[in-house]
Design a protein around this ligand. Structure first.
Ligand SMILES: [Fe+2]
Length: 248
């Protein structure tokens, strides 16, 4: 997975679309990758398969969800209930364009788990724990959504999701949240990348292009390379040097 100039990328990692898919569509037409991975905060205005219809026969579409993908029923339904819902990489590893890619969508929320504290001290270790709590009377009346727990916690990260993902192996980890070297990053994601054996971590969420080694945030001897991808831009993999698009 080294930097290769002039080569067709196998994967494009697309920064938070927030409902705008022209960047992804144009990039697929230009670079013809085998697959794209949307890095969360997808927020399709119509079901995702309709938004991406122009490229569905050109590339494989994968995604993780972000915190904003549970902002409204429309955000939720157009992603999680779309015909591409089975392409959500959250909590799993899939072979994509020859790479094993692990996904962790969503964000950390203190009501579920502050990852600076041990998982055993988390208010809720799992979605099942939260569901049981939400269905107990008063909590359901306050926070319930569609007979379950609050909509926003569909984009919260639970400790057991990281635990089970850690048992697998992968070449690449995609996350919505950032790793520890980011000012608002999390060590638990570094730990996850290392447990997976991932050599690359790519994230969205912060709307900034970051090349962690180039920018001096991580040492070249780090066990994995890390990149943040801005909204309105994408990262090619393998890298096509200096070709990343900044269109915003
Ligand atoms: Fe986000």
């Amino acid at each position: 997975m080294s930097k290769v100039e002039g080569e067709r990328p196998r994967i494009l990692f697309v920064g938070d679309p927030h409902g705008a898919f022209d960047i992804a569509i144009d990039a697929v037409r230009q670079h013809a990758p085998e697959a794209i991975v949307l890095l969360g905060d997808v927020q399709p205005r119509t079901p995702l398969q309709l938004e991406l219809a122009p490229i569905l026969d050109r590339t494989d579409v994968w995604f993780i969800h972000g915190n904003h993908d549970t902002d409204s029923d429309q955000d939720f339904d157009n992603l999680f209930l779309s015909e591409l819902a089975h392409r959500n990489l959250h909590g799993r590893v899939e072979t994509i364009a020859g790479y094993r890619v692990a996904g962790l969508g969503g964000v950390f929320r203190q009501k579920i788990w502050d990852p600076a504290t041990p998982p055993d001290l988390a208010p809720f270790r799992s979605r099942q724990d939260l569901l049981r709590h939400a269905q107990r009377g008063r909590a359901a009346a306050q926070d319930g959504w569609r007979g379950g727990y609050a909509r926003k916690h569909h984009s919260s990260i639970f400790p057991d999701e990281i635990d089970s993902l850690s048992l697998q192996s992968a070449d690449i980890l995609v996350t919505h949240e950032a790793p520890a070297a980011h000012p608002r990053g999390f060590q638990v994601l570094d730990d996850l990348a290392i447990a997976l054996g991932a050599r690359l971590l790519v994230h969205g969420h912060h709307h900034k292009t970051v090349d962690y080694i180039r920018d001096g945030l991580m040492d070249a001897s780090a066990p994995f390379a890390a990149y943040g991808v801005d909204m309105g831009s994408f990262l090619t993999w393998p890298r096509i040097a200096d070709k990343e698009q900044e269109t915003r």
